[in-house]
Design a binder for this molecule. Structure first.
Ligand code: ZN
Ligand code: ZN
Length: 245
C-alpha cells in the first residue's frame, strides 16, 4: 500500500516535470500537488453571486432588495423558468474556465466544473425539489463544429456527483439562433422563443426539471428551453449554471 502510494506520487512528479501545468486563469505554474486547473489564488476567486441576488433570475443586486427590475412584482409570473441560480459570479477565474471549455477544446475542464457546481449546490436549498437534470442543447451544426456540448458535459459531471438522472436527448435545439451578443433583453427573448423542442415528452412529463448551462446572461436561452419543456408536460422548470454574468 505504502509502496503503491510512493510510486503514485513519483509518477505524478515525473509527469509534472515532463508536462508542467499552468493555471488556466493567470498562467502561473501549478505545483505537482495541484490537481485542479486553477492555482490556489484563482480557485479562491471562484465566488458565489451575492450577497444579494434576485430571487427569480439570480442576478446580483447592487443595493439589496428581493428582485431585479425585470422580475419585480407581477413581471416574475411571465417567466416559465421559475428560478435561475449559479455556482459562481462571472469573473477572471470563472470566465477562464468557461472560455476554455467552450472555445479552446478543453473538454476535460467539465469534470472539475461540474464537481464545483455540485459543491456549491447545497447553498441553494430552493433547487432541492428537482428530479431530472437536462442540459441546454446545442444546435447540431454547432455540435459538429465543437465536437461536444459543453453543457451536456457539465450536466453529466454534476449529476454523477448529485446522484440524479440526467437526460441530454429529450430537448433539442431546432433553430441555430443568431449570436445574441448584440441583442437586448427583449430581442434575446424573441430570438429564443421557438428555438427549442422537447422530442421525448414521456421523459419530462410531471417532472421538476433542472436545466444546466455554462453561463446565464439574460436568461433568454433558459427561458426558451423552459417553455419547450413545460409545453411537453414538465411540472416545473428551474435552472442552474456554472457562472452568472
Ligand atoms: Zn491562477
Ligand atoms: Zn431578476
Amino acid at each position: 500500500m505504502q509502496t503503491r502510494k510512493i510510486l503514485g506520487q513519483s509518477v505524478q512528479y515525473l509527469l509534472h516535470l515532463l508536462f508542467p501545468r499552468t493555471c488556466f486563469a493567470c498562467g502561473c505554474d501549478l505545483s505537482a500537488q495541484e490537481n485542479g486547473p486553477l492555482c490556489p489564488l484563482c480557485t479562491h476567486q471562484l465566488k458565489k453571486p451575492g450577497p444579494y441576488i434576485c430571487k427569480r433570475c439570480g442576478v446580483v443586486l447592487k443595493s439589496g432588495g428581493a428582485s431585479c427590475y425585470a422580475c419585480r412584482g407581477s413581471k416574475a409570473k411571465k417567466y416559465t423558468c421559475k428560478m435561475i441560480r449559479s455556482a459562481f459570479i462571472f469573473n477572471t477565474s470563472s470566465r477562464a474556465l468557461v472560455h476554455g471549455l467552450k472555445y479552446k477544446q478543453a473538454d476535460y475542464l467539465a469534470a472539475f466544473m461540474g464537481e464545483s457546481m455540485f459543491k456549491q449546490f447545497a447553498q441553494y436549498p430552493e433547487l432541492a425539489e428537482v428530479n431530472l437534470i437536462v442540459p441546454v442543447p446545442l444546435h447540431p451544426r454547432k455540435l459538429r463544429k465543437r465536437g461536444y456540448n459543453q453543457s451536456e458535459l457539465l450536466a453529466r459531471s454534476f449529476s454523477l456527483q448529485l446522484g440524479l438522472e440526467s437526460n441530454a436527448t429529450c430537448l433539442v435545439r431546432t433553430r441555430d439562433t443568431a449570436s445574441q451578443t448584440k441583442l437586448n433583453r427583449q430581442g434575446r427573448l424573441a430570438n429564443m422563443s421557438g428555438a427549442f423542442a422537447c422530442i421525448a415528452p414521456g421523459v419530462v412529463k410531471g417532472k421538476t426539471i433542472l436545466l444546466i448551462d455554462d453561463v446565464a446572461t439574460t436568461g433568454a436561452t433558459l427561458e426558451g428551453c423552459a417553455r419547450a419543456l413545460r409545453q411537453a408536460g414538465a411540472k416545473k422548470v428551474l435552472a442552474y449554471t456554472f457562472a452568472r454574468e
